[in-house]
Design a binder for this molecule. Structure first.
Ligand code: CO
Length: 476
Protein backbone atom coordinates (compact mmCIF):
# COMPACT_ATOMS: atom_id res chain seq x y z
CA UNK A 1 0.00 0.00 0.00
CA UNK A 2 1.28 3.48 -0.80
CA UNK A 3 2.32 5.78 2.02
CA UNK A 4 2.97 9.49 2.43
CA UNK A 5 6.21 10.76 0.92
CA UNK A 6 5.58 14.50 0.76
CA UNK A 7 9.13 15.79 0.45
CA UNK A 8 10.75 13.11 -1.72
CA UNK A 9 11.07 13.48 -5.48
CA UNK A 10 8.23 11.75 -7.25
CA UNK A 11 9.01 8.30 -8.65
CA UNK A 12 10.30 8.41 -12.25
CA UNK A 13 7.24 6.52 -13.48
CA UNK A 14 5.01 9.16 -11.92
CA UNK A 15 6.81 12.03 -13.66
CA UNK A 16 6.64 10.11 -16.94
CA UNK A 17 2.94 9.40 -16.41
CA UNK A 18 2.29 13.09 -15.78
CA UNK A 19 4.07 14.02 -19.04
CA UNK A 20 1.88 11.65 -20.99
CA UNK A 21 -1.29 12.75 -19.31
CA UNK A 22 -0.55 16.43 -19.86
CA UNK A 23 -0.18 15.76 -23.58
CA UNK A 24 -3.40 13.78 -23.57
CA UNK A 25 -5.25 16.58 -21.79
CA UNK A 26 -3.78 19.24 -24.09
CA UNK A 27 -5.43 17.47 -27.00
CA UNK A 28 -8.66 17.40 -24.98
CA UNK A 29 -8.43 21.18 -24.42
CA UNK A 30 -7.87 21.74 -28.12
CA UNK A 31 -10.96 19.65 -28.87
CA UNK A 32 -13.02 21.75 -26.53
CA UNK A 33 -11.90 25.01 -28.18
CA UNK A 34 -12.87 23.61 -31.58
CA UNK A 35 -16.16 22.47 -30.19
CA UNK A 36 -16.79 25.89 -28.63
CA UNK A 37 -16.00 27.46 -31.99
CA UNK A 38 -18.40 25.09 -33.74
CA UNK A 39 -21.22 26.17 -31.45
CA UNK A 40 -20.41 29.88 -31.29
CA UNK A 41 -18.41 31.15 -34.26
CA UNK A 42 -18.14 28.65 -37.07
CA UNK A 43 -19.94 29.52 -40.30
CA UNK A 44 -22.91 27.35 -41.02
CA UNK A 45 -21.25 25.22 -43.68
CA UNK A 46 -18.03 24.49 -41.81
CA UNK A 47 -19.22 21.16 -40.43
CA UNK A 48 -17.46 18.69 -42.79
CA UNK A 49 -14.01 20.08 -42.00
CA UNK A 50 -14.77 20.42 -38.30
CA UNK A 51 -16.05 16.85 -38.08
CA UNK A 52 -12.80 15.58 -39.52
CA UNK A 53 -10.66 17.77 -37.26
CA UNK A 54 -12.50 16.67 -34.16
CA UNK A 55 -12.56 13.03 -35.04
CA UNK A 56 -8.80 13.06 -35.76
CA UNK A 57 -8.16 14.69 -32.41
CA UNK A 58 -10.41 12.14 -30.67
CA UNK A 59 -8.45 9.37 -32.22
CA UNK A 60 -5.13 11.01 -31.38
CA UNK A 61 -6.20 11.55 -27.81
CA UNK A 62 -7.28 7.92 -27.55
CA UNK A 63 -3.87 6.81 -28.88
CA UNK A 64 -2.04 9.03 -26.41
CA UNK A 65 -3.91 7.38 -23.58
CA UNK A 66 -3.88 3.73 -24.59
CA UNK A 67 -1.12 3.12 -27.14
CA UNK A 68 1.81 4.76 -25.35
CA UNK A 69 3.38 3.95 -22.01
CA UNK A 70 0.54 5.03 -19.74
CA UNK A 71 -0.42 1.43 -18.97
CA UNK A 72 3.20 0.49 -18.14
CA UNK A 73 3.65 3.50 -15.89
CA UNK A 74 0.44 2.65 -14.06
CA UNK A 75 1.68 -0.91 -13.50
CA UNK A 76 5.03 0.34 -12.19
CA UNK A 77 3.29 2.77 -9.86
CA UNK A 78 1.37 -0.07 -8.21
CA UNK A 79 4.47 -0.75 -6.14
CA UNK A 80 5.62 2.81 -5.53
CA UNK A 81 5.21 4.95 -2.48
CA UNK A 82 3.06 7.98 -3.37
CA UNK A 83 1.73 11.11 -1.71
CA UNK A 84 -2.03 11.46 -1.42
CA UNK A 85 -2.06 13.91 -4.36
CA UNK A 86 -0.07 11.48 -6.47
CA UNK A 87 -2.37 8.64 -5.47
CA UNK A 88 -5.34 10.72 -6.59
CA UNK A 89 -3.72 11.42 -9.96
CA UNK A 90 -2.90 7.74 -10.47
CA UNK A 91 -6.41 6.70 -9.45
CA UNK A 92 -8.04 9.09 -11.92
CA UNK A 93 -5.71 8.24 -14.79
CA UNK A 94 -6.14 4.54 -14.12
CA UNK A 95 -9.92 4.84 -14.27
CA UNK A 96 -9.80 6.67 -17.60
CA UNK A 97 -7.17 4.32 -18.96
CA UNK A 98 -9.06 1.14 -18.01
CA UNK A 99 -12.15 2.43 -19.79
CA UNK A 100 -10.38 3.78 -22.85
CA UNK A 101 -8.19 0.73 -23.49
CA UNK A 102 -11.30 -1.38 -24.02
CA UNK A 103 -12.74 0.83 -26.75
CA UNK A 104 -11.44 0.33 -30.30
CA UNK A 105 -10.01 3.43 -31.94
CA UNK A 106 -12.34 3.14 -34.94
CA UNK A 107 -15.32 3.35 -32.63
CA UNK A 108 -13.91 6.45 -30.96
CA UNK A 109 -13.53 8.10 -34.35
CA UNK A 110 -16.99 6.99 -35.47
CA UNK A 111 -18.60 8.46 -32.36
CA UNK A 112 -16.79 11.75 -32.76
CA UNK A 113 -17.64 12.06 -36.43
CA UNK A 114 -21.26 11.01 -35.93
CA UNK A 115 -21.77 13.48 -33.09
CA UNK A 116 -20.19 16.31 -35.00
CA UNK A 117 -22.53 15.69 -37.93
CA UNK A 118 -25.48 15.18 -35.63
CA UNK A 119 -24.93 18.64 -34.16
CA UNK A 120 -25.64 20.37 -37.47
CA UNK A 121 -28.60 18.09 -38.12
CA UNK A 122 -30.01 18.78 -34.67
CA UNK A 123 -29.71 22.54 -35.11
CA UNK A 124 -31.50 22.36 -38.42
CA UNK A 125 -34.15 19.90 -37.18
CA UNK A 126 -34.87 22.16 -34.23
CA UNK A 127 -35.13 25.21 -36.41
CA UNK A 128 -37.42 23.45 -38.89
CA UNK A 129 -39.32 21.55 -36.21
CA UNK A 130 -38.56 18.35 -38.08
CA UNK A 131 -37.58 15.43 -35.88
CA UNK A 132 -37.07 13.21 -38.94
CA UNK A 133 -34.03 15.29 -39.91
CA UNK A 134 -32.36 14.40 -36.64
CA UNK A 135 -33.70 10.84 -36.19
CA UNK A 136 -31.13 8.94 -38.32
CA UNK A 137 -28.29 10.70 -36.51
CA UNK A 138 -29.78 9.92 -33.13
CA UNK A 139 -30.27 6.33 -34.18
CA UNK A 140 -26.63 6.04 -35.17
CA UNK A 141 -25.42 7.62 -31.95
CA UNK A 142 -27.56 5.34 -29.80
CA UNK A 143 -26.12 2.37 -31.62
CA UNK A 144 -22.52 3.61 -31.35
CA UNK A 145 -22.82 4.48 -27.68
CA UNK A 146 -24.35 1.11 -26.94
CA UNK A 147 -21.36 -0.56 -28.61
CA UNK A 148 -19.07 1.71 -26.64
CA UNK A 149 -20.68 0.64 -23.36
CA UNK A 150 -20.49 -3.02 -24.30
CA UNK A 151 -16.75 -2.74 -24.97
CA UNK A 152 -16.16 -1.17 -21.58
CA UNK A 153 -18.22 -3.69 -19.65
CA UNK A 154 -20.22 -6.30 -21.54
CA UNK A 155 -21.84 -7.52 -18.32
CA UNK A 156 -23.08 -4.19 -17.03
CA UNK A 157 -26.23 -2.21 -17.78
CA UNK A 158 -24.99 -0.14 -20.76
CA UNK A 159 -26.71 2.98 -19.47
CA UNK A 160 -24.88 2.65 -16.14
CA UNK A 161 -21.60 2.44 -18.06
CA UNK A 162 -22.40 5.62 -19.97
CA UNK A 163 -23.56 7.39 -16.81
CA UNK A 164 -20.17 6.63 -15.21
CA UNK A 165 -18.47 8.70 -17.94
CA UNK A 166 -20.05 11.77 -16.38
CA UNK A 167 -20.51 10.69 -12.79
CA UNK A 168 -17.91 8.09 -11.81
CA UNK A 169 -18.35 8.52 -8.07
CA UNK A 170 -22.01 7.72 -7.60
CA UNK A 171 -23.63 4.41 -8.59
CA UNK A 172 -26.56 4.71 -11.00
CA UNK A 173 -28.82 3.01 -8.43
CA UNK A 174 -28.13 5.83 -5.95
CA UNK A 175 -28.74 8.46 -8.61
CA UNK A 176 -31.98 6.74 -9.51
CA UNK A 177 -33.20 6.69 -5.92
CA UNK A 178 -32.49 10.43 -5.62
CA UNK A 179 -34.45 11.08 -8.82
CA UNK A 180 -37.31 8.85 -7.60
CA UNK A 181 -37.48 10.79 -4.37
CA UNK A 182 -37.50 14.09 -6.23
CA UNK A 183 -40.32 12.92 -8.49
CA UNK A 184 -42.44 11.54 -5.65
CA UNK A 185 -42.03 14.75 -3.66
CA UNK A 186 -42.22 17.31 -6.43
CA UNK A 187 -45.21 16.15 -8.47
CA UNK A 188 -47.70 16.65 -5.58
CA UNK A 189 -45.88 19.76 -4.33
CA UNK A 190 -46.13 21.41 -7.74
CA UNK A 191 -49.81 20.47 -7.90
CA UNK A 192 -50.37 22.14 -4.54
CA UNK A 193 -48.53 25.28 -5.61
CA UNK A 194 -50.51 25.51 -8.83
CA UNK A 195 -53.75 25.07 -6.93
CA UNK A 196 -52.79 27.74 -4.40
CA UNK A 197 -54.49 31.14 -4.58
CA UNK A 198 -51.47 33.04 -3.19
CA UNK A 199 -51.17 36.26 -5.13
CA UNK A 200 -47.61 36.54 -6.42
CA UNK A 201 -46.14 39.03 -8.85
CA UNK A 202 -45.63 36.35 -11.48
CA UNK A 203 -46.03 38.82 -14.33
CA UNK A 204 -43.71 41.48 -12.88
CA UNK A 205 -41.22 41.05 -15.71
CA UNK A 206 -43.70 40.72 -18.55
CA UNK A 207 -42.95 42.93 -21.52
CA UNK A 208 -40.47 43.27 -24.33
CA UNK A 209 -36.78 43.70 -23.59
CA UNK A 210 -34.34 44.70 -26.28
CA UNK A 211 -31.85 41.85 -26.68
CA UNK A 212 -28.76 44.04 -27.18
CA UNK A 213 -29.59 45.75 -23.90
CA UNK A 214 -30.13 42.35 -22.31
CA UNK A 215 -26.61 41.49 -23.36
CA UNK A 216 -25.29 44.68 -21.74
CA UNK A 217 -27.15 43.70 -18.59
CA UNK A 218 -25.70 40.17 -18.70
CA UNK A 219 -22.23 41.75 -18.78
CA UNK A 220 -23.15 44.02 -15.85
CA UNK A 221 -24.21 40.98 -13.86
CA UNK A 222 -21.04 39.10 -14.71
CA UNK A 223 -18.99 42.08 -13.57
CA UNK A 224 -21.02 42.25 -10.40
CA UNK A 225 -20.19 38.59 -9.82
CA UNK A 226 -16.49 39.21 -10.49
CA UNK A 227 -16.24 37.08 -13.63
CA UNK A 228 -12.72 37.56 -14.96
CA UNK A 229 -13.11 38.79 -18.55
CA UNK A 230 -9.33 38.58 -18.97
CA UNK A 231 -9.76 34.82 -18.72
CA UNK A 232 -13.22 34.53 -20.19
CA UNK A 233 -15.79 35.65 -22.73
CA UNK A 234 -19.52 35.94 -23.05
CA UNK A 235 -21.08 34.92 -26.37
CA UNK A 236 -24.42 33.70 -27.57
CA UNK A 237 -25.24 30.18 -28.71
CA UNK A 238 -28.33 28.07 -29.34
CA UNK A 239 -27.74 26.39 -26.04
CA UNK A 240 -25.98 28.15 -23.13
CA UNK A 241 -22.80 26.39 -22.06
CA UNK A 242 -19.39 26.83 -20.48
CA UNK A 243 -16.14 25.58 -21.91
CA UNK A 244 -12.54 25.91 -20.91
CA UNK A 245 -9.93 25.62 -18.21
CA UNK A 246 -8.41 27.71 -15.43
CA UNK A 247 -6.74 30.09 -17.90
CA UNK A 248 -9.56 30.55 -20.37
CA UNK A 249 -13.10 29.68 -19.43
CA UNK A 250 -15.84 30.99 -21.71
CA UNK A 251 -19.54 31.13 -21.21
CA UNK A 252 -22.48 31.53 -23.56
CA UNK A 253 -26.06 32.53 -23.07
CA UNK A 254 -29.02 33.36 -25.28
CA UNK A 255 -31.57 36.14 -25.41
CA UNK A 256 -35.33 36.18 -25.79
CA UNK A 257 -36.97 39.60 -26.07
CA UNK A 258 -39.99 38.34 -24.09
CA UNK A 259 -38.04 36.76 -21.27
CA UNK A 260 -35.23 38.66 -19.51
CA UNK A 261 -34.94 35.99 -16.82
CA UNK A 262 -34.38 33.43 -19.57
CA UNK A 263 -30.99 34.97 -20.19
CA UNK A 264 -30.15 36.34 -16.74
CA UNK A 265 -30.50 33.09 -14.85
CA UNK A 266 -28.63 30.98 -17.45
CA UNK A 267 -25.89 33.64 -17.46
CA UNK A 268 -25.56 33.34 -13.68
CA UNK A 269 -25.69 29.57 -14.04
CA UNK A 270 -22.86 29.50 -16.57
CA UNK A 271 -20.93 31.96 -14.43
CA UNK A 272 -21.07 29.36 -11.64
CA UNK A 273 -19.53 26.75 -13.95
CA UNK A 274 -16.83 29.17 -15.08
CA UNK A 275 -16.09 30.40 -11.59
CA UNK A 276 -15.41 26.85 -10.45
CA UNK A 277 -13.21 26.13 -13.45
CA UNK A 278 -11.29 29.40 -13.14
CA UNK A 279 -10.65 28.55 -9.48
CA UNK A 280 -8.87 25.30 -10.31
CA UNK A 281 -5.16 25.46 -9.46
CA UNK A 282 -3.10 26.96 -12.31
CA UNK A 283 -0.03 24.89 -11.50
CA UNK A 284 -1.97 21.65 -11.89
CA UNK A 285 -3.28 22.47 -15.38
CA UNK A 286 -3.34 19.39 -17.57
CA UNK A 287 -3.35 16.94 -14.67
CA UNK A 288 -6.36 15.47 -12.87
CA UNK A 289 -5.60 17.76 -9.90
CA UNK A 290 -6.20 20.77 -12.14
CA UNK A 291 -9.42 19.39 -13.59
CA UNK A 292 -12.97 19.37 -12.27
CA UNK A 293 -14.22 16.52 -10.10
CA UNK A 294 -17.15 15.43 -12.25
CA UNK A 295 -20.32 16.81 -13.78
CA UNK A 296 -22.50 16.62 -10.68
CA UNK A 297 -20.00 18.64 -8.70
CA UNK A 298 -19.65 21.07 -11.61
CA UNK A 299 -23.39 21.48 -11.76
CA UNK A 300 -23.55 22.00 -8.00
CA UNK A 301 -21.51 25.16 -8.56
CA UNK A 302 -23.70 26.52 -11.34
CA UNK A 303 -26.91 25.74 -9.48
CA UNK A 304 -25.53 27.23 -6.27
CA UNK A 305 -25.12 30.58 -8.01
CA UNK A 306 -28.27 30.33 -10.09
CA UNK A 307 -30.71 29.06 -7.46
CA UNK A 308 -29.31 30.09 -4.12
CA UNK A 309 -27.81 33.43 -5.13
CA UNK A 310 -29.46 34.53 -8.39
CA UNK A 311 -32.99 33.75 -7.24
CA UNK A 312 -32.56 35.22 -3.75
CA UNK A 313 -34.32 38.37 -2.66
CA UNK A 314 -31.11 39.85 -1.29
CA UNK A 315 -29.27 39.38 -4.54
CA UNK A 316 -32.08 41.18 -6.34
CA UNK A 317 -31.52 44.06 -4.00
CA UNK A 318 -28.07 44.37 -5.54
CA UNK A 319 -29.20 43.62 -9.07
CA UNK A 320 -32.34 45.71 -9.39
CA UNK A 321 -30.59 49.11 -9.81
CA UNK A 322 -28.56 47.63 -12.69
CA UNK A 323 -31.71 46.17 -14.17
CA UNK A 324 -33.70 49.39 -14.09
CA UNK A 325 -30.67 51.32 -15.28
CA UNK A 326 -30.62 49.24 -18.45
CA UNK A 327 -34.39 48.99 -18.68
CA UNK A 328 -36.03 52.23 -17.49
CA UNK A 329 -39.35 50.64 -18.53
CA UNK A 330 -39.05 48.59 -15.29
CA UNK A 331 -38.63 51.59 -13.00
CA UNK A 332 -41.62 50.57 -10.89
CA UNK A 333 -40.35 47.05 -10.35
CA UNK A 334 -39.73 46.28 -6.68
CA UNK A 335 -37.18 43.83 -5.29
CA UNK A 336 -40.00 41.75 -3.86
CA UNK A 337 -41.82 41.55 -7.18
CA UNK A 338 -38.67 40.61 -9.06
CA UNK A 339 -37.96 37.96 -6.44
CA UNK A 340 -41.47 36.53 -6.73
CA UNK A 341 -41.26 36.50 -10.51
CA UNK A 342 -37.87 34.76 -10.43
CA UNK A 343 -39.13 32.10 -8.05
CA UNK A 344 -42.54 31.35 -9.48
CA UNK A 345 -43.55 27.85 -10.44
CA UNK A 346 -44.73 28.21 -14.01
CA UNK A 347 -48.06 26.83 -15.05
CA UNK A 348 -46.67 26.08 -18.43
CA UNK A 349 -43.00 25.59 -18.94
CA UNK A 350 -41.77 23.38 -21.71
CA UNK A 351 -38.12 24.36 -21.78
CA UNK A 352 -35.70 22.81 -19.32
CA UNK A 353 -33.16 25.64 -19.24
CA UNK A 354 -35.93 28.13 -18.52
CA UNK A 355 -37.64 25.96 -15.93
CA UNK A 356 -38.32 27.01 -12.38
CA UNK A 357 -36.43 25.40 -9.56
CA UNK A 358 -39.07 22.73 -8.89
CA UNK A 359 -40.29 21.61 -12.31
CA UNK A 360 -36.67 21.51 -13.48
CA UNK A 361 -36.20 18.03 -12.04
CA UNK A 362 -39.24 16.67 -13.84
CA UNK A 363 -37.70 17.83 -17.11
CA UNK A 364 -34.60 15.86 -16.16
CA UNK A 365 -36.55 12.77 -15.16
CA UNK A 366 -38.33 12.68 -18.54
CA UNK A 367 -34.96 12.70 -20.32
CA UNK A 368 -33.49 10.17 -17.92
CA UNK A 369 -36.31 7.72 -18.54
CA UNK A 370 -36.21 8.16 -22.32
CA UNK A 371 -32.47 7.83 -22.72
CA UNK A 372 -32.43 4.78 -20.49
CA UNK A 373 -35.09 3.17 -22.65
CA UNK A 374 -33.20 4.13 -25.81
CA UNK A 375 -29.89 2.70 -24.64
CA UNK A 376 -31.60 -0.33 -23.12
CA UNK A 377 -33.24 -1.08 -26.48
CA UNK A 378 -36.75 -0.61 -25.06
CA UNK A 379 -37.59 2.42 -27.18
CA UNK A 380 -37.00 3.05 -30.88
CA UNK A 381 -35.76 6.44 -32.00
CA UNK A 382 -38.90 7.17 -34.02
CA UNK A 383 -40.97 6.66 -30.86
CA UNK A 384 -39.09 9.40 -28.99
CA UNK A 385 -41.44 12.32 -29.80
CA UNK A 386 -44.54 10.43 -28.63
CA UNK A 387 -42.84 9.09 -25.54
CA UNK A 388 -41.57 12.57 -24.75
CA UNK A 389 -45.03 14.09 -25.01
CA UNK A 390 -46.58 11.28 -22.99
CA UNK A 391 -44.13 11.79 -20.11
CA UNK A 392 -44.52 15.57 -20.20
CA UNK A 393 -48.24 15.07 -19.86
CA UNK A 394 -47.76 12.64 -17.00
CA UNK A 395 -45.23 14.62 -14.92
CA UNK A 396 -45.82 18.21 -15.94
CA UNK A 397 -49.39 18.15 -17.19
CA UNK A 398 -48.24 19.62 -20.51
CA UNK A 399 -48.16 18.50 -24.10
CA UNK A 400 -45.50 20.27 -26.19
CA UNK A 401 -47.07 21.86 -29.27
CA UNK A 402 -44.03 20.92 -31.37
CA UNK A 403 -40.91 18.80 -31.24
CA UNK A 404 -38.81 21.96 -31.49
CA UNK A 405 -39.92 22.85 -27.97
CA UNK A 406 -40.24 19.16 -27.10
CA UNK A 407 -37.72 16.42 -27.71
CA UNK A 408 -35.48 18.60 -29.91
CA UNK A 409 -34.87 21.31 -27.33
CA UNK A 410 -31.61 20.00 -25.86
CA UNK A 411 -28.25 19.59 -27.52
CA UNK A 412 -27.05 16.62 -25.45
CA UNK A 413 -28.18 13.71 -27.56
CA UNK A 414 -26.60 15.28 -30.62
CA UNK A 415 -23.29 15.08 -28.74
CA UNK A 416 -24.01 11.41 -28.06
CA UNK A 417 -24.21 12.37 -24.38
CA UNK A 418 -26.50 9.73 -22.90
CA UNK A 419 -26.32 9.56 -19.11
CA UNK A 420 -25.47 13.23 -18.74
CA UNK A 421 -28.89 14.59 -17.75
CA UNK A 422 -29.14 13.04 -14.25
CA UNK A 423 -26.02 15.00 -13.20
CA UNK A 424 -28.10 18.20 -13.41
CA UNK A 425 -30.50 17.11 -10.71
CA UNK A 426 -27.73 15.56 -8.65
CA UNK A 427 -25.83 18.85 -8.89
CA UNK A 428 -28.89 20.81 -7.77
CA UNK A 429 -29.28 18.54 -4.77
CA UNK A 430 -25.61 19.03 -3.92
CA UNK A 431 -25.96 22.79 -4.35
CA UNK A 432 -28.83 22.84 -1.85
CA UNK A 433 -26.73 20.86 0.62
CA UNK A 434 -23.73 23.14 0.15
CA UNK A 435 -25.85 26.22 0.57
CA UNK A 436 -27.54 24.84 3.68
CA UNK A 437 -24.10 24.13 5.17
CA UNK A 438 -22.83 27.61 4.26
CA UNK A 439 -25.97 29.18 5.70
CA UNK A 440 -25.42 27.31 8.94
CA UNK A 441 -21.76 28.34 9.17
CA UNK A 442 -21.91 31.95 7.96
CA UNK A 443 -23.93 34.57 9.82
CA UNK A 444 -26.53 36.39 7.73
CA UNK A 445 -25.34 34.80 4.53
CA UNK A 446 -28.31 35.98 2.43
CA UNK A 447 -28.12 39.53 3.75
CA UNK A 448 -24.50 39.75 2.73
CA UNK A 449 -25.49 39.49 -0.93
CA UNK A 450 -27.32 42.77 -0.74
CA UNK A 451 -24.37 44.51 0.85
CA UNK A 452 -21.64 42.76 -1.06
CA UNK A 453 -19.09 44.54 -3.14
CA UNK A 454 -18.06 42.31 -6.01
CA UNK A 455 -14.95 41.07 -4.23
CA UNK A 456 -16.77 40.20 -1.04
CA UNK A 457 -19.47 38.47 -2.96
CA UNK A 458 -16.85 36.45 -4.75
CA UNK A 459 -14.90 35.26 -1.74
CA UNK A 460 -15.25 31.82 -0.31
CA UNK A 461 -17.15 29.93 -2.97
CA UNK A 462 -15.77 27.66 -5.63
CA UNK A 463 -12.13 27.89 -4.70
CA UNK A 464 -12.48 25.33 -1.97
CA UNK A 465 -13.12 22.62 -4.54
CA UNK A 466 -9.90 21.06 -5.72
CA UNK A 467 -10.92 18.54 -8.22
CA UNK A 468 -9.97 15.76 -10.51
CA UNK A 469 -11.69 14.32 -13.55
CA UNK A 470 -11.41 14.93 -17.20
CA UNK A 471 -14.42 16.34 -18.97
CA UNK A 472 -13.67 19.38 -21.03
CA UNK A 473 -16.89 19.91 -22.91
CA UNK A 474 -20.07 20.62 -21.13
CA UNK A 475 -23.50 21.79 -21.91
CA UNK A 476 -25.62 23.70 -19.51
CO1 CO B 1 -24.93 23.57 -15.97
Amino acid sequence: MATEAESADPPAAYTALLDEIERYNAVGSAQSVLSWDQQVMMPERGTPARSQQLSTLSSLSHELLVDGDVGDHLDTLDDESLTTDQQAVVREVRRQYRRAERVPRDLVEDISEASSEALGAWESARENDDFDEFAPHLDELVDLKRQYAEHIDPDADPYAVLFADYEPCLPLSKAESILDELRETLVPLIDDIRASDADLATDALDGTYDTDTQEDLARDVLELLDYDFDRGRLDTSTHPFTSGNQFDCRITTRFDPEDPLGSLLPTIHEFGHAYYTLGLPDEEFGTPLGDDRDLSVHESQSRLWENHVGRSEDFWELLLPKFTDRFPQAEDLSVRDAYEAANQVYDENLIRVEADELTYHLHIIVRFEIERELIGGDLAVDEVPDRWNELYEEYLGLTPPSDAVGCLQDIHWSHGSFGYFPTYSLGSVMAAQLYAAADRDIDELDERFALASSTRLASGSARTFTATGNDTRRAS
